[in-house]
Write a protein that binds this ligand. Structure first.
Ligand SMILES: Nc1ncnc2c1ncn2[C@@H]1O[C@H](COP(=O)(O)OP(=O)(O)OP(=O)(O)O)[C@@H](O)[C@H]1O
Ligand SMILES: [Mg+2]
Length: 352
């Protein structure tokens, strides 16, 4: 089993879109395994796409959210707010099989649905972690870990791959996700603020200091204090880099190179925070082989991406032609699909 968090401190870089595409494609490529998406974002964007997109997915989300028993991440968080320090073993009550609602996704794909109530619960989660018993911080930070264990136990520990979609801010939920995750996928886009956000990830999670005497995050300090493993960087994924037009192409290229350099610098001092892959590969010994292992790019597929998300049809099975999106006919071109489908298929193939 492997647990991946998809996180970047910057909004709108494609965390939810990539979670949707990767989880669906990984499930398609690995029909004998189970795939679990834990949507830890109050916006529930990946849940919406998985459940069928803008119309169907949103309707289903509304139904799930208005049921008396909330079968969502918030239902589980509520259990844990009531029992912060003793595991409730209730995680499996909150999982749904996505194909029951959306026939376009493989039937081995499961979801703990995102929920806007996470926002209302956040302050109670934080107060459960401090003050409290001496290891309250540690116990509360293991909640999502417990949730995933509950689900896997209920599946008799069949081989499972987990993707956790995070919200952009370094909220308590992001901390819980990063504690549960073994590996980190960092999507980024090619602009200046993305560069700052990648630096923020390195500093918030791994305690990298940008200036001397800069304070380190409580998350980093407490993870060390309680000897809790941090997720290892699996890949940083340049997303939609090709949306740039030619005149700005070289500026964007500089940003992508700068981000790569920043991460390369960290590799040189802290190689242990990176996950060597695929299993059995030799350790990169120069910048080129480092980049080959850890850097990946996913192209923009323009209208095809919009249609894929809006209809909840994973891009790898979306076909070219006219599609009905909210009563309007939208044309998907094969050339758009050809730009992104091979990226998603190959990226899912690199997930172990
Ligand atoms: N490779 C891509 N090609 C085309 N469109 C994309 C691609 N990746 C993401 N998008 C689109 O970009 C927008 C932002 O993506 P998304 O919502 O996944 O970002 P996010 O990082 O999850 O945002 P937030 O921080 O708000 O959670 C969405 O409309 C999504 O469909
Ligand atoms: Mg998102």
């Amino acid at each position: 089993m492997a647990i991946y968090a998809v996180w970047n401190n910057k909004g709108g870089v494609g965390k939810s879109y990539l979670t949707f595409q990767l989880a669906s494609e990984y499930a398609r490529q690995n029909p004998t395994k189970r795939v679990l998406v834990v949507d830890l974002c109050p916006q529930a964007n990946s849940s919406s796409m998985l459940l069928g997109g803008m119309i169907n997915g949103e309707n289903i989300l509304n139904q799930i959210h208005s049921a008396t028993q909330r079968k969502t991440i918030s239902g589980y968080i509520e259990d844990r707010i009531r029992s912060p320090y003793i595991p409730t073993n209730t995680g499996s009550n909150y999982v749904i099989n996505v194909s029951t609602y959306n026939s376009r996704v493989p039937n081995n794909l499961y979801l703990v649905t995102g929920d806007e109530q996470l926002e209302l619960q956040a302050s109670r989660v934080v107060s459960a972690s401090f003050p409290g018993p001496h290891d309250a911080w540690r116990t509360v930070h293991l909640w999502i870990n417990d949730l995933i264990s509950d689900v896997c136990n209920s599946w008799n520990n069949v081989d499972t791959c987990v993707f956790i979609d995070c919200n952009p801010s370094f909220s308590i939920y992001t901390e819980l996700a990063l504690t549960a995750a073994e590996r980190l996928l960092i999507p980024f886009s090619a602009d200046g603020s993305s560069k700052r956000a990648v630096k923020a990830v390195l500093s918030l999670v791994y305690g990298e200091r940008r200036h001397q005497n800069e304070p380190q995050s409580d998350f980093y300090l407490n993870s060390n204090r309680y000897s809790m493993a941090l997720p290892q960087i699996y890949m940083y994924v340049g997303n939609r880099l090709t949306q740039m037009n030619n005149s700005s192409a070289s500026a964007f290229k500089t940003v992508v190179t700068d981000i790569g350099d920043e991460i390369w610098k960290v590799w040189q001092t802290k190689p242990n925070i990176f996950c060597i892959h695929p299993n059995g590969s030799s350790t990169p010994n120069n910048k080129k082989s480092f980049r080959t292992m850890f850097h990946y790019e996913v192209n923009d597929a323009n209208t095809a991406s919009v249609v894929s998300g809006a209809l909840g049809i994973p891009i790898a099975i979306l076909t070219a032609g006219n599609k009905n999106v909210s009563g309007r006919t939208i044309k998907v071109n094969q050339t758009q699909l050809d730009k992104q489908v091979p990226n998603i298929v190959a990226l899912a193939g690199m997930i172990e």
